[in-house]
Design a protein around this ligand. Structure first.
Ligand SMILES: Nc1nc2c(ncn2[C@@H]2O[C@H](COP(=O)(O)OP(=O)(O)OP(=O)(O)O)[C@@H](O)[C@H]2O)c(=O)[nH]1
Ligand SMILES: [Mg+2]
Length: 414
């Protein structure tokens, strides 16, 4: 059975995020128009927006020479379509003369696809079907762009199912042979956490200058965007919102924060938490944990907290590193809690404070008193030892609880 604390918790990310939200909350005047829960959501929302935004969210065009944009990404993420979308956007909005370059020579159909797109938007495209290498094609396209005074050159590159050496070598060779201003990675909004690793490997080999989220018109909330933005430090520049060639827009961090939070249900959740969290107890346990103290009563208190935070964690589901609790995990904690509570109640205060006192004869008494069996008592003691070793994670758990309790009863943030 999987314990909650063994869930994928990245203590650093959790406590950093919570600390920032807390600082923010402390510093804030009482906003009369917003209820405490709305305030909390607003702070989380703004924090998300800040995380998602920042950096140059657009393209800076060179003057007097072509601006070279290279599109990168795994197979089917939307490179070729986005090449067309960007060309059309720059022509319409920025009145630029754009040359597309079909540099995906892995499949003959890829060239045809870009040629077809170019025709639709009435844009020029550089094509070479003689079998020469991708870097050579890019070089020739760049020369043409210079000679014929194109403002922008957009290079469509080959995708792969997975990152592989030949692909990376080819991309590196292209950027070594012509000056590429923008290296933009396509990230499919539907992709999960593995997209983070993909982005990081691209970034390590071909330093990225931006991200483009594609397929934001789907159901995906786009939590991967947040992880990738944070892990690479690279700005998200554009968002693809459909299959048509004008379905592209500059990336709006505020809209994305709305989407990640899925506004509707969050408010209800926060209100639910407020009803459940016992502020005094939480603070007391929190203080003890900070001082490195942890006994069996603290264990009960932490477990109660975990149970309550199960629903709060739904708010943070999309934030990388925060604990994600499944319904089964919550149920497991609930059952465990019910069993342990009876056993711990049969202990003397001294035993609760110093569980290491509990040897054979005391154990016998506790078993009789609680009506539970030896294996359960042993399991409880084992669990206590395991939790004691995970003090940092528990501290962050209690902090989350405090954060929620700050907003209870009129938000007594202190
Ligand atoms: N709904 C939706 N579909 C998109 C979007 N962007 C691309 N697509 C679709 O995704 C599919 C793949 O797009 P491509 O542009 O061919 O992707 P690619 O990265 O060039 O793929 P490869 O060249 O095979 O690596 C196509 O069916 C596109 O129409 C988007 O923003 N929304
Ligand atoms: Mg393609």
């Amino acid at each position: 059975r999987k314990a909650l604390l063994e869930a994928d918790v990245n203590y650093k990310v959790v406590s950093e995020f919570i600390k920032e939200v807390k600082d923010e909350a402390y510093g804030q005047e009482v906003l009369t128009k917003l209820s405490p829960s709305q305030q909390l959501i607003k702070i989380v929302h703004d924090k998300l927006e800040e995380l998602l935004g920042g950096g140059n969210n657009d393209i800076t065009f060179n003057s007097g020479k072509p601006t070279v944009i290279m599109l990168l990404g795994l197979q089917g993420t939307g490179k070729t379509t986005t090449a067309g979308k960007l060309a059309s956007l720059f022509e319409r909005r920025n009145h630029k003369k754009v040359l597309l370059c079909a540099d995906d020579i892995q499949r003959p159909a890829a060239i045809d696809q870009l040629e077809e797109i170019a025709k639709q938007i009435n844009t020029d495209v550089y094509i070479d079907r003689t079998g020469t290498s991708a870097p050579n094609i890019a070089k020739a396209a760049y020369e043409k762009a210079w000679k014929e005074h194109y403002d922008v050159l957009i290079i469509d590159t080959a995708g792969r199912l997975q990152i592989d050496e030949p692909l990376m070598a080819e991309l590196k060779e292209i950027i070594a042979s012509i000056p590429v201003d923008e290296r933009l990675l396509l990230v499919d909004a539907m992709s999960g956490q593995d997209a983070v690793n993909v982005a990081l490997s691209f970034h390590a080999q071909v330093p990225l200058t931006g991200l483009i989220m594609s397929k934001l018109d789907g159901d995906a909330r786009g939590g991967a965007a947040l992880s990738i933005r944070k892990m690479t430090g690279v700005p998200i520049k554009y968002a693809g919102t459909g299959e048509k060639l004008d379905d592209i827009e500059n990336f709006h961090p505020d809209r994305m924060a709305d989407r990640i939070l899925g506004m509707g249900d969050v408010l209800t959740l926060v209100e639910e938490i407020q009803e459940k969290v016992d502020e005094k107890q939480t603070q007391k346990t929190s203080r003890r944990l900070m001082n490195g103290q942890f006994d069996l009563s603290d264990m009960l208190s932490v477990m109660k907290q975990m149970k309550k935070l199960g629903s709060l964690s739904k708010i943070f589901r999309m934030i990388p590193g925060l604990p994600k609790f499944s319904d089964e995990q919550l149920k497991a904690v609930q059952d465990e809690l019910a069993r342990y509570e009876v056993i711990i109640n049969s202990m003397t205060p001294q035993e609760r404070r110093k569980p290491e006192l509990i040897k054979a004869s005391r154990k016998e008494r506790i078993i009789k008193g609680s009506g539970r069996d030896a294996s359960e008592v042993n399991r409880l003691l084992k669990r206590y030892d395991a939790m004691k070793k995970q003090l940092p994670q528990m501290k962050s758990m209690m902090q989350m609880g405090q954060m929620a309790s700050m907003f209870t009863k009129g938000g007594s943030a202190k």
